[in-house]
Design a protein around this ligand. Structure first.
Ligand code: NAP
Length: 294
């Protein structure tokens, strides 16, 4: 692989500076001695069209410029996961249903195929944990929640009850779930209490609440019960107030670090066509978390 031109991969989003993806993918490339590198590309919403049409220079966050010809694939993050759909030549059935894409393969420099590996990453982690996904309460109805809801559908969930601060978003996600033609029913509620966790087997936090130290705890202790699994998509901090409460009450719980790992593993495999070095990628992610914790 040494004489071939370096293949560039990366992340497009706005902002992208705090992403752990570069560490994870570059660790994999270097472990496998691939002549590839993962870069962070900050593209604002107005520029997205010009990026796909290759009109703006392809510059990473450090100002280094690359040729679009060398870009073989990229991840997509906030706020572009839905907006990229209109620029794709092809998308996987899951990405079409979820209506969000986080991984793109570039063919011949200008043909784009989109996937959603967030959903598949969540499926892989929840399966590994052997979580009962029959009845689910979900906080948040943004892009990540859509991927999780689709994952839960594939795990044969019976019911998903969704609370979002923006009720219209929760209703829209519930409508999507109900249109996916599975045995899964979803509906939106007006408050966290109305999630009615008493009869749920899984609580998912797919909102950003918990990322900041001064974020409130949205759940009260008495809403939890011992058979409820608590999954927080947040991975930094590793222990949100929600996860600490669940753990102190003796509930099974996990953060989203392995979902992040598995979405990256699946993206890597889409791009390279070879098995990803999972342990190497996981070590790189844990290293990034350690750095954040100082
Ligand atoms: P997003 O598209 O911004 O969606 C977040 C949703 O939560 C929005 O609809 C937001 O409503 C809602 N929300 C905000 N505050 C709320 C509250 N107090 N109660 C209920 N809902 C509230 O973000 P996202 O991309 O879905 O990401 C959500 C979280 O998942 C983030 O923490 C992200 O880091 C994490 N994530 C993790 C992984 C992983 O691999 N582990 C992957 C993707 C995302 P408004 O828009 O009205 O504020």
């Amino acid at each position: 692989m040494g004489s071939k031109k370096k293949q560039i991969y990366g992340l497009i989003g706005y902002p992208v500076k705090h992403s752990f993806s570069a560490a994870m993918h570059n660790a994999a490339f270097s472990h496998l001695r691939m002549n590839s590198e993962y870069k962070l590309f900050e593209i604002n919403p107005q520029e997205l069209r010009y990026f796909f049409h290759r009109i703006i220079p392809l510059r990473d966050v450090n100002g280094e410029e690359f040729s679009y010809e060398d870009l073989h694939g990229f991840n997509v993050t906030i706020p572009h996961k839905e907006a990229v759909l209109e620029f794709l030549n092809e998308k996987s059935p899951a990405a079409a249903d979820i209506e969000a894409v986080n991984t793109v393969i570039v063919h011949n420099g200008s043909e784009f195929k989109g996937f959603n590996t967030d959903f598949a990453g969540f499926v892989r982690h929840i399966t590994e944990l052997d979580v009962n996904t029959d009845k689910v309460g979900m906080i948040g109805a943004g892009g990540a929640a859509r991927a999780v809801a689709y994952a839960l559908k594939t795990k044969q969930a019976e019911e998903i009850v969704i609370y979002d601060i923006d009720k219209q978003k929760a209703e829209s996600l519930a409508r999507s779930v109900n249109s996916w033609d599975s045995g899964c029913t979803a509906y939106a509620v007006d408050s966290i209490e109305a999630l009615n966790l008493n009869d749920k087997t899984l609580l998912v936090n797919a909102s950003p609440v918990g990322m900041q130290d001064d974020d409130p705890l949205l759940i009260t202790e008495k809403m939890l019960h011992k058979d409820l699994f608590v999954y927080d998509l947040i991975y930094n901090p590793s222990w949100t107030k929600l996860l600490l409460l669940a753990q102190n009450k003796g509930l099974r719980c996990r953060n989203g670090l392995k979902m992040l790992l598995y979405q990256g593993v699946l993206a890597f495999e889409h791009w390279s066509g070879i098995d990803a070095p999972i342990d190497v990628m996981f070590d790189a992610l844990k290293g990034e978390i350690k750095k954040c914790q100082g």
